[in-house]
Ligand binder design. Structure first.
Ligand code: ADP
Length: 200
């Protein structure tokens, strides 16, 4: 199956673009959703997380104590690595499983941190970056999540730069001030190119 890795910074419009591809019958695999599912109650990552970090990181319902873990890995790089050593292989395995089961002419895997976690680039046939300016990201995430400007800037500072994401891209969707019609036209064109690359 031909696999497109879709990436972009927070608020760039990954979900919006992914939905436009899905409207063409393209299968989506969302690694954020998988990450959430494996740390939900009785999720596959929960026994090893409990063993590694202790019961304080497991909520009463058996899911991850997200706020506590976020706080820990924000300030402790070693802890972040230990967490990722548990979650990343599980996310990769589940992604593969969903790719295998995918219907449609090709599959789009949404990987927010594709550029940051280098190995993803080798697991996809094409990298598609959704691009917009940092100011646009800030405005969208402030409005979508109710975050302050500083909160959004702190998240952006931890992600790859706009330039790095563009450098990693085989294809780019320009989603800076793009009205929905323009965005859809770009997706339609890219979809035709992927159909042809996928041999569909
Ligand atoms: P991501 O998945 O990359 O974080 P989203 O697709 O959720 O980004 O988009 C972030 C926010 O910006 C959402 O509220 C979305 O509706 C809005 N948005 C995305 N693209 C556009 C656009 N071209 N015009 C206006 N709003 C947009």
């Amino acid at each position: 199956m031909f696999v497109v890795g879709l990436t972009g910074g927070i608020g760039s419009g990954k979900s919006t673009v992914a939905d436009l591809f899905a409207a063409h019958g393209v299968s989506l695999v969302d690694t954020d959703l998988i990450a959430h599912r494996i740390t939900a109650p009785h999720g596959m990552a929960m026994p090893p997380i409990a063993a590694e970090f202790g019961p304080a990181f497991v909520a009463a319902d058996g899911s991850l104590e997200r706020a506590r873990m976020r706080e820990l890995v924000f300030s402790d790089e070693g802890a972040r690595k230990r967490l990722e050593a548990i979650t990343h292989p599980l996310i990769r395995a589940q992604t593969k499983r969903e790719q295998r089961e995918a219907q449609g002419p090709y599959v789009i895997v949404v990987v927010p941190l594709l550029v940051e976690s280098g190995s993803w680039k080798h697991r996809v046939n094409r990298v598609l970056t959704v691009d917009c300016s940092v100011e646009t990201q800030i405005a969208r995430v402030m409005s979508r999540n109710g975050f302050s400007r500083d909160q959004v800037l702190a998240i952006i500072a931890r992600q790859a730069t706009r330039e790095a994401r563009l450098a990693a891209a085989d294809d780019v969707i320009d989603n800076d001030n793009a009205p929905l019609g323009t965005l859809k036209a770009q997706v339609d064109k890219q979809h035709r190119a992927y159909l042809s690359l996928a041999g569909a």
